[in-house]
Design a protein around this ligand. Structure first.
Ligand code: HGY
Ligand code: MN
Ligand code: MN
Length: 405
């Protein structure tokens, strides 16, 4: 079986580890992650790699260099998913890294190669993204460990429940010899597909702000309460959601999404007392994003005031846009050209662990085309020939790293 098809088959095998039958849902340190770790560990140990799970739940495999080496290349991505996900977002970057090592057939470099499967990038279970890569980068604020999920389990307890020790997070830091980070990932959008390109190089990753906005009104009888006497939290949220969409559509490069709402008490004959709405705002540059968040929150306040409601706003994430490292962009460009591919550059609208790791070491991402631009959806897929292209470009990138100082 060609290695590219083996990569695709392995992503399918990993997709079976899910916390929800019939779909792919694998959140931070859920029980299904154990099986995912076991399979990836077996594949890496077959290649003579040493493998361990670090205190933040990141899977870490090491492929030795030629003799005693003083440099390390990190290749990785995340193993958690959004609910009802596709089978490539995150996992492909880890499985491709392992396949790249396999393609070496024992060849060694003057540096060692670490493959990382991050435990939490999406931020689904706790509303806090990048837990794994921030723990590895040493930028995870300890207070975050007390954040709880819908079942009142804290991140700290989830780590312990998984069989890990949250007091040892500092033992899983990035190895000081690590000189560069490469992340393979599906583009998750339409750019490469429209350009009919198999691969692309990410030059910057859009910044993102995530918040929750709570509209607090008053429950009342749906039949007996005149329209002008209502404090309807869901009608207020609906007015705001349309305003969010309208504002984002009017600002070039801006995207804003209300991905989830929870209306309480949730009965058809009760005027909604409160609505929690999530807000996700992104832009390739920070100023327009920050301005948009301020504008959208001012609109929420105006709607709440006019309707006699109270507002509660909870910031969840403020991640600035991150530029990838120019030396690695050029190395990836040369690698793709040596593989016979053009090397279009693009901005990533999606967030990635690379934006966290880039704060510590030079980082770059290589995108694979997303057929139909589909992602965060079960129909997410890749073309086998694009996986072959990524493996070939990856091999040349490893050679380029021999020449990087
Ligand atoms: O939301 C994102 O950008 C990524 O899929 N975590
Ligand atoms: Mn994702
Ligand atoms: Mn991802």
């Amino acid at each position: 079986m060609p290695l590219s098809e083996k990569v695709i088959a392995r992503c399918l095998q990993i997709s079976l580890f899910s916390e929800a039958p019939g779909e792919i849902t694998r959140t931070f340190l859920c029980d299904a992650m154990h099986g995912c770790h076991r399979l990836l560990t077996a594949w890496m140990e077959e290649l003579g790699m040493t493998v361990a799970v670090d205190p933040a739940g990141n899977l870490r495999g090491l492929y030795a260099g030629q003799g005693a080496v003083s440099r390390r290349l990190l290749i990785g991505s995340h193993l958690d998913t959004v609910p009802d996900a596709g089978m490539y977002d995150g996992v492909l970057g880890v499985v491709l890294g392992i396949a790249l090592v396999e393609s070496l057939a024992g060849q060694r470099f003057s540096y060692e190669i670490e493959i990382a499967g991050f435990s939490e990038e999406e931020g689904v279970r706790f509303g806090v993204p990048f837990i794994g890569s921030r723990a590895l980068a040493g930028t995870l604020d300890g207070a975050v460990l007390e954040t709880t999920d819908e079942t009142a389990v804290s991140i700290r307890s989830a780590i312990s429940h998984f069989g890990l020790d949250p007091s040892r997070l500092d033992k899983g830091l990035l190895h000081p010899n690590t000189f560069a980070y490469l992340e393979f990932h599906i583009e998750q959008g339409p750019v490469l597909q429209s350009a009919n390109q198999p691969l692309g190089i990410v030059e910057r990753i859009a910044g993102q702000s995530r918040l929750t906005v709570q509209f607090n009104g008053r429950a009342a009888h749906a039949g007996a309460t005149p329209m002008h006497q209502r404090r309807d939290a869901l009608a207020a949220a609906a007015e705001w959601i349309v305003a969010v969409e309208r504002h984002a559509a009017a600002v070039p490069g801006l995207v804003a999404t209300v991905g989830r709402i929870e209306a309480k008490p949730g009965a058809s004959n009760v005027i909604p007392a409160s609505v929690m709405a999530t807000l996700d705002v992104r832009h390739p540059f920070d100023e327009p994003r920050v301005e948009a968040v301020e504008k959208l929150l001012a609109t929420a306040r105006e709607i709440a005031r006019r309707r006699g409601l109270r507002l509660a706003i909870e910031p969840k994430l403020d991640q600035n846009a991150v530029a990838m490292h120019s030396d690695l962009i050029h190395a990836a460009e040369r690698a793709m050209q040596q593989g016979g591919f053009t090397a279009p550059r693009l901005v990533s609208g999606a967030g990635h662990d690379a934006m966290i790791i880039a704060a510590k070491i030079p980082s770059v991402m290589i995108f694979l085309r997303s057929p139909g631009g589909i992602s965060h959806h079960p129909d997410e897929t890749v073309y086998p020939e694009d996986v072959s292209a990524a493996l070939l470009a990856g091999r040349h990138f490893l050679d380029e790293c021999e020449r990087l100082s």
